[in-house]
Design a protein around this ligand. Structure first.
Ligand code: DON
Length: 556
């Protein structure tokens, strides 16, 4: 009922439009904030392509959804360039500072709150690279909407206020953060206007000077000085040495669907393909729901186990990728699966951290009328990142260092217990769950993704299975969600997402179940159907996002 009500209120599903065969009938943007979606659409209307729009959306989210992502963070951008048919992964993941060592953190809080928790940002470098190598418009044009919203201000929403309330202690410990986000003695209310002059100036330096406007000069000096004064370990060299890495995306197949997704240092793509490979031997569409849930959970358990064993930064550790992605390997995992009983994950403690609710991190999807595509998931990790702003920059720094296995055997904020391949090292990228993905059937192309910490990958799995069942974006974003991540050995589920008979059946098979207090995720998806010549986009009813489709008038 809860989901249905939200669906009616905030789902934006654009009715199909007619167009000529094999051309995109228009363009579409779906993101976590209406101002970011409109910024992307405006760039496309001005003649920019999907990559220009991707800059506008990311930069605008940095201003209007500061709790989720921003210049102080990083992420993964999955691109499809129509002109040469190439798929490219831009790895703008943060790196550990060069002075970082594996035992950097004595306590859990140190990798979550304050300047020591911050890794070197990648997002500004991605924006520069997108403009230089992929876009059609100058960087300054694509950054203009974000600069406008930072200077003129915008009314904050309920999600912002909730995230702020949750992270008040960390924000109040940073005088520059406090001055921006929590001035005075009372909390902001939804509708209050947030103005960010320092951030506007930092964006202007980026627009004017590109890479050197953030990773050098005044911004870099203020960042390093601010971080060090607050107990952090950044040096100028950390910033000047930062590079985006262009990687080959991963490919997989599931019952007639082709999956293009992100490679390590995201664990998401490997996990998604592994789960789909395990499940591909069953005709799930015909399997009764309770048994289907059991199979899906057992696939989740096995993929998350491998994540812990094998995955880390591919530039630092050897990953048996070919094996993990091979259908034969999945067949081996499938042979350990019992249809009637759980396969318990034993051995580790079963502690969880605070629950991610999807208000942190951000995903957006873009399709332009030439057929270029962007799926991007970006993050400063926890709500408002580390809560730390270097004075004079307006940039909230991330606490992505907590995505490393900071202390062996101890779960991070998403309850993930990392393994040796994900230990901290100087200049290393921390493992991620972010999974921006393209899915193609014979007739249609989908662009999808979501925030949600460790639950991101299982949300993608449920959406791909729903696509395989013949459903579209409106269904994917609203799907009731459940999740298993090997440890803790428990199925977590959203309120109302599993029926009583489902719950009883799963218990009889030996599963432990944990109802969550709140819904999670903020899924944004686009579907272009070449056969029916339709374009659809949808934003998660759980969030405050907006999906818009613009249909171009047919040429005479
Ligand atoms: O990279 C990761 O996996 C995390 N930093 C993502 C965090 C996240 O999605 C929080 N969302 N609620």
């Amino acid at each position: 009922m809860f989901l249905l009500r939200l669906l009616l209120i905030s789902l934006v599903l654009v009715p199909p439009a007619r167009w000529a065969a094999d051309t995109v009938p228009g363009y579409a943007v779906a993101s976590a904030h209406p101002l970011a979606t409109r910024a992307g659409l405006d760039l496309l209307a001005q003649g920019g392509n999907a990559f220009d729009a991707a800059i506008a959306v990311a930069a605008t989210l940095a201003v209007v959804e500061p709790q989720g992502s921003g210049l102080g963070g990083g992420g993964f951008w999955l691109l499809h360039r129509q002109s040469d048919g190439r798929d490219i992964m831009l790895d703008g993941r943060e790196r550990a500072p060069l002075a970082a060592r594996r035992d950097l953190y004595a306590t859990a809080a140190q990798s979550i709150d304050g300047a020591l928790a911050a890794a070197i940002p990648g997002l500004p470098a991605v924006l520069v690279q997108l403009a230089r190598d992929y876009g059609k418009l100058p960087l300054a044009a694509s950054l203009a909407p974000a600069i406008h919203h930072a200077r003129a201000g915008f009314p904050v929403g309920a999600r912002y206020v909730k995230a702020l309330t949750d992270r008040l202690t960390a924000l109040d410990a940073s005088p520059a953060a406090r001055a921006i986000f929590h001035p005075g003695t009372t909390l902001p209310l939804p509708g209050d206007v947030l103005i960010q002059i320092d951030l506007a100036q930092t964006l202007e330096r980026l627009a004017a000077e590109g890479f050197a406007g953030f990773y050098g000069g005044e911004t870099a000096r203020k960042l390093v000085r601010g971080v060090r004064a607050a107990g952090g370990i950044w040096q100028m060299e950390d910033l000047t040495a930062y590079r985006v890495v262009e990687r080959q995306p991963l490919r997989g197949h599931y019952r007639g669907l082709a999956i293009t997704t992100v490679a390590p240092p995201s664990a998401g793509g490997v996990g998604l393909i592994e789960m789909l490979n395990i499940l591909s031997a069953y005709d799930l569409t015909g399997v009764p729901l309770p048994a289907r849930r059991h199979l899906v959970v057992e696939a989740m358990r096995r993929a998350y186990h491998d994540r812990e064993q094998y995955l880390g930064d591919p530039d630092f550790v050897g990953i048996p990728l070919l094996r993990l992605l091979s259908p034969n390997y999945a067949a081996g995992l499938r042979s350990t699966l019992r249809l009637d009983r759980v396969t318990p994950s034993d051995g580790f403690s079963q502690t969880t951290g605070p629950e991610p609710d999807g208000a942190n991190t951000s995903h957006y999807s873009i399709l332009d009328s030439a057929g270029n595509r962007v799926a991007a998931t970006l993050s400063i990790n926890y709500g408002f990142g580390s809560g730390f702003v270097a004075p004079g920059t307006g940039v909230l720094l991330n606490d992505e260092m907590d995505d490393f296995a900071t202390r062996p055997g101890t779960p991070n904020v998403y309850g993930l217990i990392g393994g040796e391949p994900n230990a901290i090292a100087a200049g290393k990228r921390m493992l991620s769950s972010m999974t921006p993905t393209f899915v193609e059937s014979a007739d249609a192309t989908a662009i999808m993704g979501t925030p949600g910490g460790s639950r991101i990958v299982t949300m993608l799995l449920l959406a791909v299975l729903d696509f395989a069942d013949g459903h579209g974006p409106a269904s994917w974003v609203g799907l009731p969600r459940f999740h298993h991540q090997y440890l803790p050995d428990v199925i977590e589920y959203e309120p109302g997402s599993l029926s009583d008979p489902d719950l009883r059946d799963l218990q009889q098979r030996g599963h432990r179940l944990k109802p969550l207090a709140a819904a999670y995720g903020d899924f944004h998806a686009i579907l272009w159907n070449r056969k029916s010549r339709t374009l659809e986009a949808a934003s998660d009813p759980r969030g405050e996002g907006l999906a818009l489709v613009q249909i171009k008038p047919p040429a005479q």
